[in-house]
Design a protein around this ligand. Sequence first.
Ligand code: PRX
Length: 570
Amino acid sequence: MKTEIYEVEPGQYHLEDYDQTYADFNWEEVEQAFSWHQTGRVNMAYECIDRHVDDGKGDRVALYYKDKDRNEQYTFHDMKINSNKAANVLKEAADVKKGDRVFIFMPRSPELYFVLLGTLKIGAIVGPLFEAFMEKAVKDRLENSEASVIVTTKSLVGRIPVDELPHLRHIFIVDEDVEEGHIDFHALYDKADEQFDIEWLDREDGLILHYTSGSTGQPKGVLHVQNAMIQHYISGRYVLDLQEDDVYWCTADPGWVTGTSYGVFAPWLNGVTNVIAGGRFSPESWYKTIEDFKVTIWYSAPTAFRMLMSAGDEMIKNHDLSSLRHILSVGEPLNPEVIKWGYKVFGKRIHDTWWMTETGAHMIVNFPSMKIKSGSMGKPLPGVVAAIVDNDGNELPPNRMGNLAMKKGWPSMMRTIWNNEAKYESYFLPGDWYISGDSAYMDEDGYFWFQGRVDDVIMTAGERVGPFEVESKLVEHPAVAEAGVIGKPDPIRGEIIKAFIALREGCEPTDELKEEIRVFVKNGLAAHAAPREIEFKDKLPKTRSGKIMRRVLKAWELDLPTGDLSTMED
Ligand code: PRX
Protein backbone atom coordinates (compact mmCIF):
# COMPACT_ATOMS: atom_id res chain seq x y z
CA MET A 1 0.00 0.00 0.00
CA LYS A 2 1.35 3.44 -0.89
CA THR A 3 2.02 5.67 2.11
CA GLU A 4 0.65 9.19 1.96
CA ILE A 5 3.17 11.76 3.12
CA TYR A 6 1.98 15.14 4.35
CA GLU A 7 4.24 18.16 4.58
CA VAL A 8 4.33 20.49 7.58
CA GLU A 9 1.40 22.89 7.52
CA PRO A 10 2.92 26.37 7.43
CA GLY A 11 1.72 29.18 9.64
CA GLN A 12 0.09 27.02 12.28
CA TYR A 13 2.81 26.06 14.73
CA HIS A 14 5.36 27.88 16.83
CA LEU A 15 8.15 25.76 15.36
CA GLU A 16 7.97 24.48 11.84
CA ASP A 17 11.50 23.26 11.55
CA TYR A 18 12.17 19.80 12.87
CA ASP A 19 15.89 20.37 13.48
CA GLN A 20 14.99 23.38 15.57
CA THR A 21 12.46 21.34 17.52
CA TYR A 22 15.08 18.71 18.08
CA ALA A 23 17.59 21.27 19.29
CA ASP A 24 15.17 23.09 21.62
CA PHE A 25 13.65 19.98 23.11
CA ASN A 26 15.94 19.51 26.05
CA TRP A 27 15.03 17.87 29.36
CA GLU A 28 17.76 19.67 31.32
CA GLU A 29 16.87 23.15 30.18
CA VAL A 30 13.25 22.61 30.97
CA GLU A 31 14.10 22.16 34.61
CA GLN A 32 14.90 25.85 34.78
CA ALA A 33 11.17 26.45 34.63
CA PHE A 34 10.47 24.66 37.89
CA SER A 35 11.14 25.43 41.52
CA TRP A 36 13.82 22.70 41.67
CA HIS A 37 15.92 25.17 39.90
CA GLN A 38 15.99 27.47 42.91
CA THR A 39 15.09 25.35 45.90
CA GLY A 40 15.71 21.75 44.90
CA ARG A 41 12.08 21.00 45.87
CA VAL A 42 8.88 20.93 43.85
CA ASN A 43 5.19 20.23 43.95
CA MET A 44 3.21 19.44 40.80
CA ALA A 45 0.16 21.42 41.95
CA TYR A 46 2.30 24.48 42.63
CA GLU A 47 3.98 24.23 39.23
CA CYS A 48 0.60 23.81 37.49
CA ILE A 49 -1.32 26.55 39.28
CA ASP A 50 0.29 28.75 41.95
CA ARG A 51 3.43 29.41 39.92
CA HIS A 52 1.37 31.22 37.29
CA VAL A 53 -0.27 33.35 39.98
CA ASP A 54 3.19 34.20 41.34
CA ASP A 55 4.23 35.10 37.81
CA GLY A 56 1.43 37.65 37.54
CA LYS A 57 -0.87 35.52 35.39
CA GLY A 58 -3.47 34.82 38.06
CA ASP A 59 -6.25 36.47 36.06
CA ARG A 60 -5.91 34.19 33.06
CA VAL A 61 -8.62 31.59 32.63
CA ALA A 62 -7.28 28.20 33.74
CA LEU A 63 -10.46 26.19 33.36
CA TYR A 64 -13.61 26.33 31.31
CA TYR A 65 -15.93 23.68 32.64
CA LYS A 66 -19.10 22.63 30.89
CA ASP A 67 -21.68 19.88 31.18
CA LYS A 68 -25.44 19.80 30.77
CA ASP A 69 -26.05 21.64 34.06
CA ARG A 70 -22.96 23.77 34.52
CA ASN A 71 -20.99 26.26 32.53
CA GLU A 72 -18.25 27.85 34.63
CA GLN A 73 -14.87 29.42 34.39
CA TYR A 74 -12.01 29.67 36.84
CA THR A 75 -8.85 31.73 36.68
CA PHE A 76 -5.49 30.45 37.88
CA HIS A 77 -6.07 32.51 41.01
CA ASP A 78 -9.45 30.80 41.55
CA MET A 79 -7.82 27.41 41.03
CA LYS A 80 -5.18 28.24 43.61
CA ILE A 81 -7.77 29.19 46.22
CA ASN A 82 -10.05 26.25 45.46
CA SER A 83 -7.25 23.70 45.60
CA ASN A 84 -5.96 25.23 48.83
CA LYS A 85 -9.40 24.81 50.35
CA ALA A 86 -9.62 21.21 49.16
CA ALA A 87 -6.19 20.53 50.64
CA ASN A 88 -7.27 21.99 53.97
CA VAL A 89 -10.41 19.84 54.04
CA LEU A 90 -8.48 16.64 53.35
CA LYS A 91 -5.80 17.48 55.86
CA GLU A 92 -8.06 18.60 58.67
CA ALA A 93 -10.92 16.13 58.36
CA ALA A 94 -8.97 13.05 57.28
CA ASP A 95 -5.43 13.80 58.42
CA VAL A 96 -4.09 13.10 54.93
CA LYS A 97 -0.30 13.13 54.84
CA LYS A 98 2.48 12.99 52.33
CA GLY A 99 2.55 9.64 50.53
CA ASP A 100 -1.02 8.61 51.49
CA ARG A 101 -3.19 7.37 48.65
CA VAL A 102 -6.29 9.49 48.08
CA PHE A 103 -8.72 8.13 45.51
CA ILE A 104 -11.12 10.21 43.48
CA PHE A 105 -14.18 8.42 42.19
CA MET A 106 -16.60 10.79 40.56
CA PRO A 107 -17.77 12.14 37.25
CA ARG A 108 -15.96 15.13 35.85
CA SER A 109 -16.73 18.39 37.64
CA PRO A 110 -14.65 21.37 38.76
CA GLU A 111 -14.54 19.83 42.25
CA LEU A 112 -12.76 16.78 40.86
CA TYR A 113 -9.91 19.02 39.76
CA PHE A 114 -9.86 21.01 43.02
CA VAL A 115 -9.58 17.76 44.97
CA LEU A 116 -6.93 16.35 42.66
CA LEU A 117 -4.77 19.46 42.99
CA GLY A 118 -5.49 19.73 46.72
CA THR A 119 -4.34 16.16 47.26
CA LEU A 120 -1.12 16.94 45.44
CA LYS A 121 -0.56 20.06 47.53
CA ILE A 122 -0.45 17.83 50.62
CA GLY A 123 2.11 15.61 48.90
CA ALA A 124 -0.32 12.69 48.83
CA ILE A 125 -0.65 10.36 45.85
CA VAL A 126 -3.77 10.69 43.71
CA GLY A 127 -5.65 7.61 42.51
CA PRO A 128 -8.24 8.62 39.92
CA LEU A 129 -10.96 6.09 39.21
CA PHE A 130 -13.24 6.06 36.24
CA GLU A 131 -16.84 6.69 37.24
CA ALA A 132 -18.09 3.64 35.37
CA PHE A 133 -16.13 1.19 37.51
CA MET A 134 -18.29 -1.27 39.35
CA GLU A 135 -17.65 -2.83 42.72
CA LYS A 136 -15.01 -5.40 41.78
CA ALA A 137 -12.90 -2.88 39.89
CA VAL A 138 -13.15 -0.34 42.70
CA LYS A 139 -12.30 -2.88 45.34
CA ASP A 140 -9.26 -4.28 43.51
CA ARG A 141 -7.76 -0.83 43.23
CA LEU A 142 -8.47 0.42 46.74
CA GLU A 143 -7.29 -2.84 48.24
CA ASN A 144 -4.07 -3.02 46.28
CA SER A 145 -3.16 0.62 46.94
CA GLU A 146 -4.24 0.53 50.62
CA ALA A 147 -5.94 3.86 50.08
CA SER A 148 -7.03 5.63 53.25
CA VAL A 149 -9.34 8.21 51.70
CA ILE A 150 -11.79 8.34 48.84
CA VAL A 151 -13.72 11.30 47.53
CA THR A 152 -16.88 10.30 45.72
CA THR A 153 -20.55 11.05 45.11
CA LYS A 154 -23.76 9.77 46.59
CA SER A 155 -24.62 7.73 43.53
CA LEU A 156 -21.23 6.00 43.38
CA VAL A 157 -20.51 5.39 47.05
CA GLY A 158 -22.57 2.19 47.02
CA ARG A 159 -19.93 0.57 44.80
CA ILE A 160 -17.28 0.88 47.51
CA PRO A 161 -17.28 -2.32 49.60
CA VAL A 162 -16.21 -0.56 52.81
CA ASP A 163 -16.33 -3.67 55.00
CA GLU A 164 -13.73 -5.36 52.86
CA LEU A 165 -11.34 -2.43 52.83
CA PRO A 166 -9.69 -2.13 56.24
CA HIS A 167 -7.34 0.67 55.18
CA LEU A 168 -10.09 2.94 53.97
CA ARG A 169 -10.75 5.36 56.83
CA HIS A 170 -12.60 8.30 55.31
CA ILE A 171 -15.24 8.71 52.63
CA PHE A 172 -15.99 12.22 51.43
CA ILE A 173 -19.18 12.89 49.52
CA VAL A 174 -19.16 15.92 47.25
CA ASP A 175 -22.91 16.29 46.74
CA GLU A 176 -25.86 16.91 49.03
CA ASP A 177 -27.66 14.83 51.67
CA VAL A 178 -24.62 13.15 53.08
CA GLU A 179 -25.42 10.09 55.13
CA GLU A 180 -23.98 9.15 58.48
CA GLY A 181 -20.50 7.70 58.37
CA HIS A 182 -19.57 9.83 55.38
CA ILE A 183 -18.00 13.27 55.41
CA ASP A 184 -19.82 16.18 53.80
CA PHE A 185 -17.13 17.66 51.60
CA HIS A 186 -18.94 20.87 50.77
CA ALA A 187 -19.89 21.73 54.33
CA LEU A 188 -16.21 21.71 55.25
CA TYR A 189 -15.10 23.22 51.99
CA ASP A 190 -17.30 26.28 52.34
CA LYS A 191 -15.61 27.10 55.65
CA ALA A 192 -12.09 26.04 54.69
CA ASP A 193 -9.13 28.37 54.91
CA GLU A 194 -7.98 29.83 51.60
CA GLN A 195 -4.32 29.63 52.54
CA PHE A 196 -2.38 26.41 52.48
CA ASP A 197 1.27 25.58 53.10
CA ILE A 198 2.30 23.42 50.19
CA GLU A 199 4.30 20.30 50.99
CA TRP A 200 7.58 20.62 49.08
CA LEU A 201 8.74 17.37 47.58
CA ASP A 202 11.67 15.61 46.01
CA ARG A 203 11.50 14.77 42.37
CA GLU A 204 11.23 11.07 43.13
CA ASP A 205 8.27 11.49 45.51
CA GLY A 206 4.96 9.94 44.44
CA LEU A 207 2.48 11.79 42.23
CA ILE A 208 -0.20 9.56 40.86
CA LEU A 209 -1.28 5.95 40.69
CA HIS A 210 -3.03 4.78 37.52
CA TYR A 211 -4.35 1.26 37.32
CA THR A 212 -4.18 -0.46 34.00
CA SER A 213 -4.94 -3.96 32.76
CA GLY A 214 -2.36 -6.35 31.48
CA SER A 215 -3.06 -9.45 29.46
CA THR A 216 -3.15 -11.48 32.65
CA GLY A 217 -3.96 -11.06 36.33
CA GLN A 218 -5.24 -8.15 38.36
CA PRO A 219 -5.01 -4.56 37.23
CA LYS A 220 -1.57 -3.11 37.84
CA GLY A 221 -0.98 0.07 39.83
CA VAL A 222 1.42 2.14 37.78
CA LEU A 223 3.18 4.68 39.99
CA HIS A 224 4.41 7.99 38.60
CA VAL A 225 6.49 10.55 40.45
CA GLN A 226 6.90 14.35 40.48
CA ASN A 227 9.80 14.13 38.04
CA ALA A 228 7.31 13.30 35.27
CA MET A 229 6.50 17.00 35.05
CA ILE A 230 9.58 17.55 32.92
CA GLN A 231 8.13 15.41 30.18
CA HIS A 232 4.56 16.62 30.62
CA TYR A 233 5.70 20.19 30.27
CA ILE A 234 8.04 19.78 27.34
CA SER A 235 5.78 17.50 25.32
CA GLY A 236 2.96 19.96 25.95
CA ARG A 237 5.11 22.69 24.49
CA TYR A 238 6.56 20.91 21.47
CA VAL A 239 4.08 18.16 20.62
CA LEU A 240 0.76 19.71 21.62
CA ASP A 241 2.26 23.05 20.60
CA LEU A 242 0.71 24.79 23.62
CA GLN A 243 1.26 28.55 23.54
CA GLU A 244 0.17 31.32 25.90
CA ASP A 245 -3.13 32.13 24.24
CA ASP A 246 -4.25 28.64 23.43
CA VAL A 247 -7.53 27.12 24.48
CA TYR A 248 -6.88 23.44 24.78
CA TRP A 249 -9.30 20.56 25.00
CA CYS A 250 -8.35 17.01 25.89
CA THR A 251 -11.40 14.78 25.72
CA ALA A 252 -10.08 12.04 28.02
CA ASP A 253 -11.39 11.35 31.51
CA PRO A 254 -8.88 11.67 34.37
CA GLY A 255 -9.61 8.03 35.26
CA TRP A 256 -7.22 7.31 32.39
CA VAL A 257 -3.67 8.49 32.07
CA THR A 258 -4.39 10.75 29.10
CA GLY A 259 -6.91 12.62 31.22
CA THR A 260 -4.25 13.49 33.82
CA SER A 261 -0.92 13.72 31.97
CA TYR A 262 -2.58 15.68 29.15
CA GLY A 263 -5.89 16.68 30.74
CA VAL A 264 -4.34 18.30 33.83
CA PHE A 265 -0.55 18.42 33.96
CA ALA A 266 0.68 19.31 30.46
CA PRO A 267 -1.81 22.15 29.84
CA TRP A 268 -1.51 23.75 33.26
CA LEU A 269 2.26 23.38 33.47
CA ASN A 270 2.22 25.38 30.25
CA GLY A 271 -0.23 27.90 31.69
CA VAL A 272 -2.89 27.57 29.01
CA THR A 273 -6.66 27.62 29.27
CA ASN A 274 -7.96 24.10 29.72
CA VAL A 275 -11.42 23.04 28.60
CA ILE A 276 -13.12 20.23 30.49
CA ALA A 277 -16.39 18.91 29.18
CA GLY A 278 -18.39 16.55 31.36
CA GLY A 279 -21.11 14.16 30.27
CA ARG A 280 -21.27 11.62 27.55
CA PHE A 281 -20.00 11.68 24.00
CA SER A 282 -22.27 13.23 21.42
CA PRO A 283 -21.07 14.62 18.10
CA GLU A 284 -23.32 17.65 18.37
CA SER A 285 -22.12 18.67 21.84
CA TRP A 286 -18.48 18.04 20.92
CA TYR A 287 -18.63 20.37 17.95
CA LYS A 288 -20.44 22.88 20.11
CA THR A 289 -17.68 22.69 22.73
CA ILE A 290 -15.07 23.56 20.12
CA GLU A 291 -17.20 26.38 18.80
CA ASP A 292 -18.27 27.85 22.16
CA PHE A 293 -14.81 27.95 23.71
CA LYS A 294 -12.94 28.60 20.47
CA VAL A 295 -10.75 25.61 21.09
CA THR A 296 -7.41 25.91 19.33
CA ILE A 297 -5.80 22.58 20.24
CA TRP A 298 -7.78 19.40 20.48
CA TYR A 299 -6.49 16.05 21.75
CA SER A 300 -8.71 13.02 21.29
CA ALA A 301 -8.69 9.40 20.15
CA PRO A 302 -9.28 7.45 16.95
CA THR A 303 -12.53 5.90 18.15
CA ALA A 304 -13.95 9.33 18.81
CA PHE A 305 -12.81 10.57 15.42
CA ARG A 306 -14.34 7.52 13.76
CA MET A 307 -17.60 8.08 15.60
CA LEU A 308 -17.64 11.70 14.48
CA MET A 309 -16.86 10.54 11.00
CA SER A 310 -19.77 8.13 10.96
CA ALA A 311 -22.12 10.82 12.34
CA GLY A 312 -21.75 12.54 8.97
CA ASP A 313 -20.17 15.78 7.85
CA GLU A 314 -23.43 17.69 7.49
CA MET A 315 -23.43 18.54 11.20
CA ILE A 316 -20.01 20.12 10.94
CA LYS A 317 -21.33 22.73 8.55
CA ASN A 318 -23.56 24.12 11.29
CA HIS A 319 -20.60 24.92 13.52
CA ASP A 320 -17.75 27.36 13.26
CA LEU A 321 -14.70 25.26 14.01
CA SER A 322 -12.23 27.68 12.48
CA SER A 323 -10.47 28.27 15.81
CA LEU A 324 -8.84 24.83 15.60
CA ARG A 325 -5.17 24.96 14.71
CA HIS A 326 -3.82 21.61 15.92
CA ILE A 327 -5.47 18.21 16.37
CA LEU A 328 -3.89 15.17 17.98
CA SER A 329 -4.76 11.58 18.63
CA VAL A 330 -3.70 8.85 21.05
CA GLY A 331 -4.59 5.43 22.37
CA GLU A 332 -4.93 3.22 19.35
CA PRO A 333 -3.82 3.22 15.77
CA LEU A 334 -4.86 6.27 13.80
CA ASN A 335 -6.13 5.04 10.46
CA PRO A 336 -4.90 6.92 7.39
CA GLU A 337 -8.55 7.22 6.40
CA VAL A 338 -9.26 9.23 9.54
CA ILE A 339 -6.39 11.61 8.81
CA LYS A 340 -7.83 12.18 5.35
CA TRP A 341 -11.26 12.83 6.76
CA GLY A 342 -9.84 15.22 9.37
CA TYR A 343 -8.21 17.25 6.63
CA LYS A 344 -11.38 17.31 4.62
CA VAL A 345 -13.62 18.54 7.42
CA PHE A 346 -11.28 20.52 9.72
CA GLY A 347 -8.59 21.50 7.25
CA LYS A 348 -5.99 20.03 9.61
CA ARG A 349 -4.03 16.80 9.66
CA ILE A 350 -4.59 14.82 12.83
CA HIS A 351 -1.25 14.13 14.50
CA ASP A 352 -0.76 10.74 16.07
CA THR A 353 1.06 10.24 19.38
CA TRP A 354 2.11 6.96 20.95
CA TRP A 355 2.66 6.29 24.62
CA MET A 356 1.28 4.17 27.44
CA THR A 357 0.12 4.40 31.04
CA GLU A 358 3.53 3.04 32.01
CA THR A 359 5.51 5.63 30.02
CA GLY A 360 3.60 8.48 31.69
CA ALA A 361 3.88 10.81 28.70
CA HIS A 362 4.47 10.96 24.96
CA MET A 363 7.23 8.72 23.61
CA ILE A 364 6.78 8.49 19.85
CA VAL A 365 5.00 11.31 18.13
CA ASN A 366 4.26 13.26 15.01
CA PHE A 367 5.74 16.63 15.90
CA PRO A 368 3.92 19.50 14.20
CA SER A 369 7.26 20.36 12.63
CA MET A 370 7.58 16.97 10.99
CA LYS A 371 6.27 15.37 7.83
CA ILE A 372 3.46 12.97 8.59
CA LYS A 373 3.73 9.53 7.11
CA SER A 374 0.12 8.56 7.27
CA GLY A 375 -0.32 5.45 9.42
CA SER A 376 2.95 5.92 11.30
CA MET A 377 3.13 6.88 14.99
CA GLY A 378 6.02 9.20 14.17
CA LYS A 379 9.45 9.43 15.76
CA PRO A 380 10.73 9.19 19.35
CA LEU A 381 11.03 12.34 21.45
CA PRO A 382 14.55 13.70 21.45
CA GLY A 383 16.22 12.02 24.43
CA VAL A 384 14.08 8.89 24.16
CA VAL A 385 15.98 5.93 22.76
CA ALA A 386 13.46 3.71 21.01
CA ALA A 387 14.19 0.57 19.04
CA ILE A 388 12.73 -2.65 17.79
CA VAL A 389 14.24 -5.56 19.69
CA ASP A 390 13.89 -9.32 19.63
CA ASN A 391 12.87 -11.31 22.68
CA ASP A 392 16.44 -11.29 24.01
CA GLY A 393 16.83 -7.53 23.75
CA ASN A 394 18.89 -7.48 20.55
CA GLU A 395 18.17 -4.53 18.29
CA LEU A 396 16.68 -5.39 14.91
CA PRO A 397 17.45 -3.54 11.69
CA PRO A 398 14.91 -1.26 9.97
CA ASN A 399 11.74 -2.77 8.52
CA ARG A 400 11.86 -5.83 10.76
CA MET A 401 8.89 -6.36 13.00
CA GLY A 402 9.60 -6.95 16.68
CA ASN A 403 9.09 -5.63 20.21
CA LEU A 404 8.74 -1.89 20.47
CA ALA A 405 11.20 -1.00 23.22
CA MET A 406 12.77 2.03 24.90
CA LYS A 407 15.90 2.43 26.98
CA LYS A 408 15.00 2.90 30.61
CA GLY A 409 15.42 6.38 32.05
CA TRP A 410 13.10 8.95 30.44
CA PRO A 411 11.74 11.46 32.99
CA SER A 412 8.12 10.27 33.19
CA MET A 413 8.78 6.54 33.29
CA MET A 414 6.74 4.61 35.88
CA ARG A 415 8.77 3.99 39.02
CA THR A 416 7.11 0.78 40.13
CA ILE A 417 4.01 -1.36 39.97
CA TRP A 418 2.41 -0.76 43.33
CA ASN A 419 2.99 -3.66 45.71
CA ASN A 420 4.39 -5.75 42.88
CA GLU A 421 8.04 -5.08 42.20
CA ALA A 422 8.32 -8.39 40.33
CA LYS A 423 5.74 -7.26 37.83
CA TYR A 424 7.65 -4.04 37.36
CA GLU A 425 10.88 -5.94 36.72
CA SER A 426 9.11 -8.13 34.20
CA TYR A 427 8.79 -5.16 31.83
CA PHE A 428 12.52 -5.06 31.21
CA LEU A 429 14.90 -7.07 29.07
CA PRO A 430 18.69 -7.18 29.33
CA GLY A 431 20.24 -3.94 28.13
CA ASP A 432 17.71 -1.91 30.17
CA TRP A 433 15.10 -2.19 27.45
CA TYR A 434 11.57 -1.38 28.53
CA ILE A 435 9.30 -3.71 26.54
CA SER A 436 6.04 -2.06 25.58
CA GLY A 437 4.13 -5.19 24.63
CA ASP A 438 3.47 -3.66 21.22
CA SER A 439 4.93 -4.96 18.04
CA ALA A 440 6.12 -2.46 15.50
CA TYR A 441 8.81 -1.78 12.96
CA MET A 442 10.96 1.23 12.22
CA ASP A 443 11.47 2.36 8.64
CA GLU A 444 14.70 3.66 7.17
CA ASP A 445 13.76 7.26 8.07
CA GLY A 446 13.29 6.40 11.74
CA TYR A 447 9.48 6.48 11.69
CA PHE A 448 7.78 3.82 13.82
CA TRP A 449 4.86 1.79 12.56
CA PHE A 450 2.52 0.10 15.00
CA GLN A 451 1.50 -3.46 14.16
CA GLY A 452 -0.45 -4.68 17.15
CA ARG A 453 -0.05 -5.92 20.64
CA VAL A 454 2.61 -8.58 20.59
CA ASP A 455 0.24 -11.46 20.91
CA ASP A 456 -2.18 -10.08 18.31
CA VAL A 457 0.07 -10.34 15.31
CA ILE A 458 -1.30 -12.87 12.88
CA MET A 459 0.76 -15.52 11.15
CA THR A 460 -1.14 -16.86 8.20
CA ALA A 461 0.30 -19.27 5.64
CA GLY A 462 3.77 -18.20 6.69
CA GLU A 463 3.01 -14.50 6.24
CA ARG A 464 3.05 -12.08 9.11
CA VAL A 465 0.00 -9.85 9.06
CA GLY A 466 -0.50 -6.89 11.36
CA PRO A 467 -4.15 -6.65 12.33
CA PHE A 468 -3.97 -2.87 12.22
CA GLU A 469 -3.20 -2.88 8.54
CA VAL A 470 -6.24 -5.03 7.86
CA GLU A 471 -8.46 -2.98 10.17
CA SER A 472 -7.33 0.25 8.55
CA LYS A 473 -8.23 -1.14 5.21
CA LEU A 474 -11.58 -2.40 6.40
CA VAL A 475 -12.63 0.98 7.77
CA GLU A 476 -11.93 2.52 4.41
CA HIS A 477 -14.86 0.53 3.08
CA PRO A 478 -17.91 2.80 3.04
CA ALA A 479 -20.09 0.30 4.92
CA VAL A 480 -17.62 -0.30 7.76
CA ALA A 481 -17.78 1.80 10.92
CA GLU A 482 -15.32 -0.21 12.97
CA ALA A 483 -13.39 -3.42 12.63
CA GLY A 484 -11.44 -5.76 14.87
CA VAL A 485 -9.27 -8.48 13.41
CA ILE A 486 -7.88 -11.59 15.04
CA GLY A 487 -5.97 -14.69 14.07
CA LYS A 488 -8.15 -17.77 14.24
CA PRO A 489 -6.34 -21.11 14.50
CA ASP A 490 -6.56 -23.07 11.29
CA PRO A 491 -5.23 -26.59 10.70
CA ILE A 492 -3.78 -25.74 7.31
CA ARG A 493 -2.66 -22.14 7.44
CA GLY A 494 -1.68 -21.85 11.07
CA GLU A 495 -4.09 -18.98 11.46
CA ILE A 496 -6.66 -17.40 9.24
CA ILE A 497 -7.80 -13.83 9.54
CA LYS A 498 -11.19 -13.24 11.01
CA ALA A 499 -12.77 -9.80 11.02
CA PHE A 500 -15.49 -8.57 13.32
CA ILE A 501 -17.23 -5.61 11.82
CA ALA A 502 -19.67 -3.01 13.04
CA LEU A 503 -21.48 -1.52 10.08
CA ARG A 504 -22.42 2.07 9.58
CA GLU A 505 -25.98 3.18 10.16
CA GLY A 506 -28.29 1.96 7.47
CA CYS A 507 -26.03 -0.76 6.00
CA GLU A 508 -27.54 -4.22 5.61
CA PRO A 509 -25.46 -7.12 6.98
CA THR A 510 -25.73 -9.44 3.99
CA ASP A 511 -23.50 -12.21 2.63
CA GLU A 512 -23.00 -10.15 -0.51
CA LEU A 513 -21.61 -7.34 1.60
CA LYS A 514 -19.21 -9.76 3.32
CA GLU A 515 -17.89 -10.84 -0.03
CA GLU A 516 -17.62 -7.27 -1.22
CA ILE A 517 -15.62 -6.29 1.86
CA ARG A 518 -13.33 -9.30 1.50
CA VAL A 519 -12.60 -8.41 -2.10
CA PHE A 520 -12.08 -4.80 -1.09
CA VAL A 521 -9.28 -5.82 1.30
CA LYS A 522 -7.88 -8.36 -1.11
CA ASN A 523 -7.69 -5.76 -3.83
CA GLY A 524 -6.67 -2.91 -1.65
CA LEU A 525 -4.11 -4.56 0.63
CA ALA A 526 -3.08 -8.13 -0.17
CA ALA A 527 -4.73 -11.45 -0.83
CA HIS A 528 -3.22 -13.01 2.27
CA ALA A 529 -4.46 -10.10 4.34
CA ALA A 530 -8.09 -10.46 3.31
CA PRO A 531 -10.24 -11.88 6.09
CA ARG A 532 -11.44 -15.38 5.31
CA GLU A 533 -14.17 -14.96 7.83
CA ILE A 534 -16.30 -11.95 8.57
CA GLU A 535 -18.83 -11.60 11.32
CA PHE A 536 -21.06 -8.57 11.75
CA LYS A 537 -21.62 -7.23 15.26
CA ASP A 538 -23.70 -4.33 16.52
CA LYS A 539 -20.80 -3.13 18.62
CA LEU A 540 -17.22 -4.16 19.19
CA PRO A 541 -15.72 -4.63 22.66
CA LYS A 542 -13.50 -1.67 23.49
CA THR A 543 -11.53 -0.30 26.38
CA ARG A 544 -12.46 3.07 27.80
CA SER A 545 -9.51 4.54 26.00
CA GLY A 546 -11.03 3.26 22.81
CA LYS A 547 -8.93 0.28 21.87
CA ILE A 548 -10.75 -2.59 20.29
CA MET A 549 -10.20 -5.53 22.64
CA ARG A 550 -9.05 -8.18 20.25
CA ARG A 551 -8.43 -10.57 23.08
CA VAL A 552 -12.15 -10.40 23.89
CA LEU A 553 -13.01 -11.09 20.25
CA LYS A 554 -10.59 -13.97 20.35
CA ALA A 555 -12.09 -15.33 23.53
CA TRP A 556 -15.60 -15.11 22.04
CA GLU A 557 -14.42 -16.82 18.93
CA LEU A 558 -12.67 -19.65 20.75
CA ASP A 559 -15.16 -19.90 23.57
CA LEU A 560 -12.53 -19.02 26.16
CA PRO A 561 -12.86 -16.95 29.34
CA THR A 562 -12.62 -13.23 28.54
CA GLY A 563 -10.40 -12.38 31.53
CA ASP A 564 -10.37 -8.98 33.24
CA LEU A 565 -13.02 -6.75 31.70
CA SER A 566 -12.78 -3.87 34.16
CA THR A 567 -11.39 -1.52 31.51
CA MET A 568 -14.04 -2.36 28.95
CA GLU A 569 -16.60 0.32 28.10
CA ASP A 570 -20.21 -0.62 28.80
O1 PRX B 1 -1.01 -0.71 22.19
C1 PRX B 1 -0.63 0.63 22.37
C2 PRX B 1 -1.86 1.52 22.33
O2 PRX B 1 -2.26 1.68 23.64
C3 PRX B 1 -1.39 0.97 24.52
C4 PRX B 1 -1.29 1.72 25.81
O3 PRX B 1 -2.54 1.80 26.37
P1 PRX B 1 -2.81 2.67 27.63
O4 PRX B 1 -1.79 2.37 28.68
O5 PRX B 1 -4.24 2.50 27.95
O6 PRX B 1 -2.54 4.14 27.18
C5 PRX B 1 -3.32 4.73 26.22
C6 PRX B 1 -3.07 6.19 26.11
C7 PRX B 1 -1.74 6.67 26.47
C8 PRX B 1 -0.11 0.86 23.78
O7 PRX B 1 0.67 -0.22 24.26
N1 PRX B 1 -1.56 2.82 21.76
C9 PRX B 1 -1.40 3.99 22.40
N2 PRX B 1 -1.17 4.96 21.52
C10 PRX B 1 -1.18 4.40 20.31
C11 PRX B 1 -1.42 3.03 20.47
N3 PRX B 1 -1.47 2.19 19.44
C12 PRX B 1 -1.27 2.68 18.22
N4 PRX B 1 -1.04 3.97 17.98
C13 PRX B 1 -0.98 4.88 18.98
N5 PRX B 1 -0.77 6.16 18.73
